[in-house]
Design a protein around this ligand. Structure first.
Ligand SMILES: [Fe+2]
Length: 313
């Protein structure tokens, strides 16, 4: 007996899949301001947004001069509303950079990084001092501290002819767009942060072991609340977050690798092309950043001053 195969009258879509990575395409919620906050103009400087969500260039402010309380207040509002501020062509001294940063609080010292003219100045000199200078991984600075930095002020002194950009990502937007099922799993979770994974690429055990006592592993909420805006923000990163408390290693690895990849979403990012003398001032509580490493063999020299922060909650 023979069977005849009759061709299907209706075309059928071929079964073709790509591996699920938990990311998705489609419209994302892009709220720059906390809910209920109305847009207000700035009175004391001009501002040029560099993107929809994050990053704005400020002009008409001279950072070599002391800030009036009104200017400090308005710059702080801009920092909260734009998360990273850019000031072109400032070319200020290390002392002026420290004085500017000190308007936001006590300055931080970092025994793991090369210092500039004083203990509060970190110097990133590619190909120079032999200190770690790679920051081409998405991270928030010093989350291995009990009180990670509030923010940082970075000035570029030498800029390669092309490349050496820095990128920032908005972690409030990253949180807003998580699926509800993921939010439910992490809303009350805490994670362990440790300086070792961030620095083991640069230093041997002889350098790291003596620091272990000063920097024991710390726990922070996976979702922190911004102390000034009240926004909820995703607060885990590739450099320092080792695991989520109370989960077995596989489950924690899977969830963390999904969470840290949220910083990779272009809608949450801004990318800054530097010139010598430019300054970036970012809210380290609300962002992650990534220093693009694409300019070898050229030099890139930067100095950073960080402001001590409070305990995440
Ligand atoms: Fe950094």
């Amino acid at each position: 007996m023979t069977m005849t195969v009759t061709p299907s009258a209706t075309p059928v879509l071929r079964d073709a899949r790509v591996p699920a990575d938990g990311m998705y395409e489609g419209r994302r919620t892009l709220n720059r301001l906390p809910e209920g906050t109305r847009e207000r103009p700035y009175e004391l400087f001009d501002i040029a947004p560099q993107g929809r969500l994050i990053g704005a260039e400020i002009s008409g402010v001279d950072l070599s001069r002391p800030l009036t309380p009104e200017l400090r207040e308005e710059l702080n509002r801009a920092l909260l509303e734009w998360k990273v501020l850019f000031f072109r062509g400032q070319g200020i001294t290390s002392q002026q950079q420290r004085d500017f940063a000190a308007n936001w609080g006590e300055l931080e010292t970092n025994p793991l990084l090369a210092r500039g003219s004083s203990a509060e100045v970190v110097r990133f000199e590619k190909g120079g001092s032999g200190a770690p200078t790679f920051e081409n991984v998405w991270h928030t600075d010093v989350t291995f501290r009990e009180r990670p930095a509030l923010g940082a002020v970075l000035q570029l002194h030498e800029v390669p002819p092309v490349g050496g950009d820095t990128m920032w990502a908005d972690m409030a937007a990253a949180y807003d767009n998580l699926p509800d099922s993921v939010k439910a799993r992490i809303d009350d979770a805490t994670a362990v942060h440790d300086f070792i994974p961030g620095f083991v690429r640069f230093y041997g055990p002889e350098r790291l072991i003596p620091m272990q006592e000063e920097f024991p592993p710390v726990e922070h909420p996976v979702v922190r609340t911004h102390p000034e805006t009240g926004r909820r923000m995703l607060f885990v990163n590739t450099s320092f977050t080792t695991h989520i408390v109370g989960m077995d290693r596989d489950e924690s690895d899977r969830l963390l690798s999904f969470l840290v990849r949220q910083a990779h979403v272009p809608e949450y990012q801004v990318r800054f092309r530097w010139q010598a003398g430019d300054i970036a001032f970012w809210d380290n509580r609300a962002t992650q950043h990534y220093a693009v490493d694409d300019y070898a063999p050229h030099r890139r020299v930067a100095e950073r001053v960080a402001i001590a922060g409070d305990r995440p909650f």
